[in-house]
Design a binder for this molecule. Structure first.
Ligand code: E4P
Length: 215
């Protein structure tokens, strides 16, 4: 499974990239708003650090305008993938862009049919938001499973990005289901290292080794 980080923070991206496990980045308007400085410059810097796809959201709402904005965003760097929210206008823009070879990540996916439409429009990625579904009492990971089945039935090349990840269980569930990608916040990535028995084990080995070293 590919691991993306869900952030627009360059320091977090650099740190996770240094672990050697990072495949890409997703940003969104709320994440971008947390950072200072020029938006396009920040995205370019992120692209220069990460040797993989970097999703950047188009904010226009009409297909022609989304298309125009996407073309501008795509000029920032060859790794830029255009995030487009799931609407009729977004689907129109996705169809146009995918025919022109511009990669689209269709975002704010909350149903299997939305994902089906995105795949048919040629989206390179679909992003079901599992945490936000959990928040309203629907199992977000069930949706991921439905989408994977549908894409598999027809051999769509669209990849599923498990998004709105809130905890490490979402990540392991995504991997068990065979999701193509999980985009994970920095704090959840850090939690993935941790198990109390690992820490206890390291302490015990360190202590025992001190006795060996004393000999
Ligand atoms: C995905 O690409 C989005 O940026 C993100 O996962 C949204 O998650 P949230 O529900 O934590 O805002």
């Amino acid at each position: 499974m590919k691991i993306f980080i869900d952030t627009a923070n360059l320091e977090q991206i650099k740190e996770v990239d240094s672990w050697g496990i990072l495949d890409g980045v997703t940003t969104n308007p709320s994440l971008v708003a947390k950072e200072t400085g020029d938006f396009k410059t920040n995205i370019r810097k992120i692209c220069e650090v990460v040797g993989g796809p970097v999703s950047v959201e188009a904010m226009s709402t009409k297909a022609e305008e989304i298309h125009k904005e996407a073309k501008e965003l795509a000029k920032i760097h060859t790794n830029v993938v255009i995030k487009i929210p799931m609407t009729e206008e977004g689907i129109k823009a996705t169809s146009m862009l995918s025919k022109e070879g511009v990669k689209v990540n269709m975002t704010l996916i909350f149903s299997a049919n939305q994902a089906l439409l995105a795949a048919k429009a040629g989206a390179a990625y679909v992003s079901p938001f599992v945490g936000r579904l959990d928040d309203v009492g629907q199992d977000g990971m069930d949706l991921v499973s439905e989408i994977l089945d549908i894409l598999d039935n027809y051999g769509y090349p669209t990849e599923v990005i498990v998004a709105s990840v809130r905890h490490p269980i979402h990540v392991s569930q995504a991997a068990r289901m065979g999701a193509h990608v999980a985009t994970i916040p920095y704090d959840v990535l850090k939690k993935m290292f941790k198990h109390p028995l690992t820490d206890i084990g390291i302490n015990r080995f360190q202590k025992d080794w001190e006795n060996v070293a004393k000999r």
